[in-house]
Each structure stands twice: as C-alpha cells, then as structure tokens.
Design a protein around this ligand. Structure first.
Ligand code: TXE
Length: 481
C-alpha cells in the first residue's frame, strides 16, 4: 500500500499529524493507497518555505523559470505511460482518455505558460510632452491553487503553470479523491531542479488542508476549481481578506441543436459532449435542446448510439466509459435519476448502476442515461449532476430556447449546432455562458479566456488572462515637464 507524501520545501514529507486517509480505485471500489491528512500545521510549513523562496524566484529571469517548467513537462513526457496508467487508476477514467487528453494537456499547460511568460508584456501610456506612464506586472507572492478530481493533473497544472511562470511561489492542494499524479509530479519537480519552496503540494481534505490554505493571511491569491457551493464558501473566507480570487465552478451546459445542423457530425459529437469522462467534465452538455422538426430523428439516432456505450474496465484500451470517481458521487448521480422519475421524466436508456464481474464487482459504474419529458425548470434540469446523465427537450423558436438555456444559475459553456451563420452569431450573443462552441465541442485554444459567469465562477483562466491574474499591475507615472 503506497503512502503518498506532501511536497514541502523541496522534500517529500509525512503529514505533521502522522494521519492518513484511504485513497480508492474507482474501478474496483478498493483502497489502493493512503494520502496525508494534512492540516494547518503542514500548510504553515509550506507557506514559510514559499515565503523564503519567493524573493529569489520572483527575480529569476523569465527565461530561466521557463526552462525549469519546460524540463518538468519533458519529464512527464518521458514518464507518460506511468502518468496515464496512474490517472486512469486514480480517477476511474478510461486509460485511452487519460492518454489522449489528460496527460498530454498537462504537458501542454506547462509548456504553454513557460513560453507564454516570455511574451507577456505590459503597457505604457505617454502623456504627450509632460509625463510617461508604464505598467509593471509583478508576481503577487505566495498563491494558493486548489483543484478537483475530474481532470486531476490537467486542472492542477492549468493553475500552477501560470502561477509559477509569473514568478509566484505556490501552495497547491489537489483533490483528496485523485492525488496520485500530483504526487508523481512532485518527484519530477525535484528531479528537474525546481528550487525548494517554489512549489509546495499539500494533500488532504478540503475542510482542513484546503480551508487552511484559503484562510492563511500570507497567501494573497486563490485559484480554485470545483463545486459552486464550495466556491461560495471559499469566497466568504477569502473576500474579507481581500485576496485575489479565480473561481472555476460548476455548469449545467445547454447543447442547442437546430434542424439545419450537420446531423451526423452533431450526433457523433453530442455522444462525446454528453458522456466523455463519464460526464464528469464541467464543460459537458447535460441539457440537450432539439428543434422540434428533428427531435424524433435525433432521439432515435442518439439513444441508439448511447445504448452501445457500455461502461467497461478503465484499464482496457477499448473502454470508452469508465468508473464513477467515488461511491458518494455515484450515489449522488443515481439520486438525480430518482428525482427525474419523480418529476415525470422518461428514462430512454440507462438510469441504473451497472454490476460488473470479477475484480470490478465492487467498482462504481453507471449506464449512460438519457431522459426526456421533463420541464426545463425542474430540478433535474436546473441542478448540476456531473455524471453520465443528460436530458433532451424539443423547442420551437430561438427566443424560447435562449430563455430555457439561460434559466439556470450557471453560465459556463454552451454548444450550438446550426449552419445558419447569422443565427450562430445571434445565439452566441444571447446565450449567457463564458464559452460558446459552434458546431464543435471542447475545441480548445489555450490563449482564449476560459471560465464562466453567474454561478459558474469569477474571473477567467487561460492565456494572458491567467498571467494577469497571477500578477499585480502597478502603474508608474514619471513627470518630466
Ligand atoms: O468539488 P469540491 P468536488 C462540481 C461537481 C461536483 C462538485 C463537487 O458538481 O459534484 O463540484 O466535486 C477542495 N476550502 N465540480 O468534490 O468539493 C477539495 O478538497 C478549500 C465542477 O471535486 O468543490 C478539492 O481539492 N478547499 C468542477 C477541491 O476543493 C476546499 C470540477 C474541489 O472540491 C474546500 C469538479 C474548502 N472549504 C467538480 N472544500 C469544475 N468546474 O470543473 C473542498 N475543497
């Protein structure tokens, strides 16, 4: 049984409490490792290390910071298959998905911000012949990065890469549900020669280790991805302390399909946008609105494809749908299927736990689920389920579907399928989301602003947005006449 360790001040160390928490393998439902049950004492040591490292790291030339971050990326590439297998085992996602998306994207995140910092410039403003203003964008100091379990290394690096590239020192906490690849990353940071204290990785529960990071007075900015409720609780602690906050929260994303769409491409992509990563991606399209003339045609074609998408052993290369990340989350998802039935929904396929055999018999698997016949404003269509469950509803006009799409507290992402250019632009303007995909899904350019509005978060990640978040802008005005 492997014991995961904290990474503090350049070393792998035990939690001060000496206590550990069970870490489960979703595919089998069995404990396979232990993670530190860290608390404020561990966070204090990490903050002290980060504060000690900051003066030197913050003035290390960007090119040198970039080189070390690129080295870490190259070491992940060297150990790619180890990371792929570890991510799949820890999260329950298919090994093919970890190999195609999670680990390559973690490498890209590191490389993107390592190179990005060398192109990150600030502005100046000339006051004709009397003064010149210039803006400094200086690293903030010690920052906190807290990430979730659905795309573990992908979202962990998405935060620490810009923070480190901008010259900050980091106290980071991955989810206690999927800690393994962050632990493996810490070993590569040591091998890459990242200076001690620049990055510190604390493992543990949100309410103890996580909360200790949020409330530590010397951590000046927090970048968080996770649930909306947790985001609100973090903001309540951090806002009165005037910390900079980046919150990437939940979603209940509309997938809006007009009759004039490229039908085959739409159906194929909609299976992905509904069930990729077992539907455990904040960008998944869980509410599918279909223009009435093609509703029945879509329902038949979509359900026929979904019925062929059976959960399998995540370590099997052929598996397209893996295990749900935890027993608690599986039960939460199944509870929403019951709510949907009570609200009058008709289960067209799935809606049940899938009993597997052999080593997998105690694992957590749900059949991909499609539900119709629900009102757009019922609980099933308003609350984030975050699993392999989608609803389908017909609509007749643009106005009607925009109203239904915008009816939730969320505003993260939307997908719109139409060949009508004017309508595509109109819909993109009217749907209240931070990210809009037209005739595609999850097509990503890392330079673009990434994030949601309303209950889906505050601020944007990605590109120079992330580097601006992790720096303080200082205007200097020099009068010379
Ligand atoms: O998120 P949590 P979880 C949504 C989805 C999911 C729900 C809960 O609806 O069902 O969030 O998922 C840490 N102070 N998304 O459990 O609880 C926690 O330890 C500081 C959407 O992953 O928000 C973990 O590291 N930290 C999301 C991280 O916060 C705290 C992706 C996320 O945990 C804390 C994942 C506290 N008080 C889930 N409480 C997206 N937008 O991608 C918890 N944490």
């Amino acid at each position: 049984m492997e014991n995961i360790l904290n990474y503090i001040n350049g070393q792998l160390v035990e939690p001060k409490s000496g206590k550990y928490i069970d870490n489960f393998q979703p595919a089998t439902g069995k404990v396979y490792s232990q993670i530190p049950d860290s608390n404020s004492s561990d966070v204090q040591i990490a903050v002290d290390a980060a504060k000690t490292a900051f003066p030197k790291w913050s003035v290390t030339p960007a090119e040198q910071r970039a080189k070390i971050i690129m080295k870490i990326a190259s070491l992940i590439e060297r150990d790619m298959e180890l990371f792929v297998q570890a991510e799949s085992k820890d999260n329950g996602k298919p090994v093919g998905l970890a190999r195609m998306i999670d680990i390559p994207r973690a490498i890209s995140n590191l490389e993107f911000f390592a190179t990005g910092i060398m192109h990150f410039a600030a502005e100046s403003h000339s006051m004709e012949d009397s003064a010149i203003n210039y803006t400094l964008r200086q690293p903030i100091g010690v920052v906190g990065c807290i990430s979730p379990w659905n795309l573990p290394l992908y979202l962990f690096t998405w935060k620490i890469a810009p923070a480190l590239a901008a010259g900050n020192c980091v106290v980071a906490k991955p989810s206690e549900v999927t800690p393994m690849t962050a632990f493996m990353l810490s070993k590569l940071c040591i091998e890459a020669g990242l200076p001690a204290g620049v990055l510190n990785i604390i493992h543990g529960l949100g309410g103890s280790a996580g909360q200790a990071i949020i409330e530590h007075p010397d951590i000046k900015a927090i970048s968080f991805t996770g649930g909306t409720k947790t985001g609100a609780s973090i903001a309540a602690t951090a806002a009165p302390m005037f910390k900079k906050l980046s919150l990437e929260l939940g979603g209940k994303n509309p997938n809006i399909i007009f009759a004039d769409c490229d039908f085959d491409l739409m159906v194929k992509t909609t299976v992905l946008s509904s069930f990729a990563n077992q539907g455990e991606i904040c960008l998944c399209g869980s509410r599918i609105f279909v223009e009435r003339p093609i509703y029945e045609k879509f329902k038949t074609a979509f359900v026929e494809k979904v019925k062929r998408l059976n959960p399998g052993n995540p370590s099997d290369e052929k598996t397209k749908l893996g295990a749900i990340v935890s027993k608690m989350h599986m039960e939460k998802i199944l509870s929403y299927v019951e709510i949907a039935k009570q609200e009058g929904g008709k289960i067209l396929c799935g809606g049940n736990k899938v009993e597997m055999e052999g080593d997998l018999k105690d694992g957590w698997y749900i059949a991909p689920t499609v539900i119709e016949g629900l009102k757009y404003d019922c609980r099933t269509n308003q609350e984030e389920i975050f699993g392999p469950v989608v609803t389908i509803m017909p609509f007749d006009t643009e106005e009607e579907v925009v109203e239904m799409a915008n009816s939730t507290i969320y505003g993260l992402a939307a997908t719109i399928w139409t060949q009508n250019l004017a309508r595509a632009h109109r819909m993109a303007g009217n749907v209240q989301c931070g990210i809009i995909w037209i005739n595609c899904w999850l097509h990503r350019d890392l330079r673009t602003p990434f994030g949601g509005m309303k209950g889906s978060g505050v601020g944007r990640e990605g590109g120079f947005e992330a580097l601006r978040f992790f720096t303080e802008a200082k205007n200097v005005c020099i009068k010379f006449k």
